[in-house]
Design a protein around this ligand. Structure first.
Ligand code: XMP
Length: 523
């Protein structure tokens, strides 16, 4: 089944920071949805897309401003349920005959409480599971407010700054809220989405098992009997993409695993063993440690390190790929957040693309077409698909690891000796985290070896060895992060183990920088 056969929901994006969360909530209800910027949603697009329901997102613009964004009026004539969120509510009211006013002391930002009002039973169950009396905690972020309702609408909830916090025209199945039900600070907000899609008649036909079946067919249709190559990094995205493509076209897929000598302890062997021996994939283990390490020997500038690794990676990958006769496709683990066109108010929609893709530029250079079977998925859906494809849970849940590997965890000059010490210290640290059952609570944890040596005393002797820094952060997407609040006991025990078990390190520090102002990696 291709996507056009799924029941589809259209999210019209007006540029809210949290539009993606709406899609997440819907996918949790097994509803297939796509986000499209308002200015690309034309009447022709609507005819083609055939949404079963529409959601109008929030956004930073102000409805009373001339030229502020509008969806096409045809949206309200499709005969399908429409849900407006924040700006989406306001634009809906304005276009259907209501009125939106600017500020005037009614702005609400952050936590607020909505008191339900009116005959909630008119709402066909849209409010099921939420407070019908009392008040409901919600998250608001608005300066303007609806001042006059469009004909046919009634009020079903108010807040101090939004007299029309919840409104609906039940006869046309139009619903609208001033708050953001998609964020965690609206604790029962997910119910509003669940109830909405139920009213819209979605069967919940979007499942990982279904996706797997449909993606396998789509890959077969695209690739035919041509060969596909895949740069396997051992990370979750490329691993799941490879497993899926292998299921679709078997031995037509060859994976190239570039071993740049900057991997963690035993990592290369683990990845190759799993894919080659346990999953029967054709994997070329490109053992190019010497090439990379000699080019990096003595290099200390972070950008030079990254550029050197990026350039060599492409050269190496191309060399191995050239040896695969008949290769016409390159597989990539691109995810949905990388392809969503985000709305920019400074000059039309802009496309957000992952900045550090190791094989960026390769398809054009080598005349290869792309196979991107994860383009419609969010990260946690990729993990669910990995599970569906029987990849081991320990593999699916792995922390992210950067393409340049340990090079950017060795600030200052890179030497083979320092990399060896770093590998051992990192292994002890991760072992500690696992033993204490903390691995899954942490977004990413690693050790960095510092370019300083410090004096210590072990036994009766003086030591003069390297210091290392432990890093552990919590994050949702790697864009912002906070340091993980380990207990002092954990930190003390870990420092003792590293110093005892790793020759070459005699001092351990814990990095308590958040991002911003720091970054997650040290370089
Ligand atoms: P920073 O250090 O920028 O890292 O806060 C954010 C996330 O991105 C990862 N990272 C990379 N991943 N190639 C990658 O594939 C890279 O060049 C790269 N640099 C950083 C980093 O590990 C963290 O998860």
């Amino acid at each position: 089944m291709d996507q056009s056969q799924h029941q589809r929901l259209l999210i019209v994006d007006f540029g809210s920071q949290v539009t993606q969360l709406i899609a997440r909530r819907l996918r949790e209800s097994n509803v297939y949805c796509e986000i499209h910027p308002f200015n690309l949603v034309t009447p022709e697009f609507l005819t083609e897309f055939r949404p079963r329901a529409v959601i109008l997102s929030g956004g930073p613009a102000s409805v009373p401003d001339a030229g502020s964004p509008r969806p096409p009026a045809e949206i309200f004539e499709l005969g399908v349920p429409v849900l407006g969120i924040c700006y989406g509510q306001q634009v809906m009211q304005q276009m259907l005959g209501g009125e939106v006013l600017r500020g005037e002391g009614t702005a609400e930002f952050g936590r607020a409480y909505v008191t339900p009002a009116g005959k909630l039973d008119l709402l066909e169950g849209w409010f099921d599971g939420l407070e019908s009396t009392g008040r409901e905690q919600v998250w608001m972020s608005h300066g303007d407010h609806v001042a006059k309702l469009a004909p046919g609408f009634e009020v079903f909830g108010t807040s101090p700054g939004a007299p029309f916090a919840i409104t609906a025209d039940p006869s046309r199945h139009f619903y609208a809220v001033q708050f953001h039900p998609e964020v965690h600070h609206t604790p029962k907000g997910a119910r509003l989405y669940e109830n909405f899609v139920r009213i819209a008649g979605f069967d919940g036909d979007w499942t990982m098992a279904g996706y797997r079946e449909q993606a396998v067919q789509a890959i077969r249709d695209q690739v035919g009997d041509a060969k596909v190559i895949c740069a396997l990094s051992g990370g979750v995205d490329s691993s799941v993409a490879a497993a899926l493509i292998h299921e679709a076209v078997g031995d037509q897929l060859t994976c190239v695993f570039v071993d740049h000598g900057l991997l963690r302890l035993n990592e290369a062997q683990e990845v190759v063993t799993m894919f080659r021996d346990h999953m029967n994939l054709h994997v070329i283990h490109a053992e190019e440690q010497e090439l990379f390490l000699s080019a990096l020997e003595g290099v200390s500038d972070p950008e030079t390190k990254r550029k050197t690794i990026g350039r060599l990676f492409i050269e190496v990958f191309q060399k191995y790929a050239d040896g695969i006769e008949g290769a016409r496709f390159l597989a990539q683990g691109t995810l949905y957040p990388d392809v969503i066109e985000s709305v920019s108010f400074s000059g039309g929609p802009s496309v957000t693309i992952k900045s550090h893709h190791n094989v960026g530029g390769l398809p054009e250079k080598m005349g290869l077409k792309l196979v991107e079977p994860l383009r419609e998925l969010f990260k946690d859906e990729v993990r669910a698909l990995g599970k569906e494809l029987s990849l081991p849970p320990s593999f699916i849940g792995r922390h992210p690891f950067p393409g340049p590997g340990l090079a950017i965890r060795c600030p200052g000059e890179i030497t083979r000796a320092k990399l060896d010490i770093l590998r051992k210290a990192d292994a002890v640290y991760i072992d500690q985290i696992r033993r204490h059952g903390l691995y899954d609570d942490i977004w990413q944890a690693f050790c960095a070896i510092l370019p300083v040596r410090t004096v210590g005393v072990m036994g009766d002797g003086r030591t003069y060895d390297y210091a290392c820094a432990l890093r552990a952060v919590t994050s949702v997407d790697g864009m912002t992060a906070d340091f993980y609040p380990f207990s002092h006991e954990f930190l003390g025990e870990t420092a003792t183990r590293i110093i005892n078990e790793v020759p070459g390190i005699n001092r351990v520090t814990y990095d308590i920088t958040s991002k911003p102002p720091g970054t997650i990696e040290w370089e």
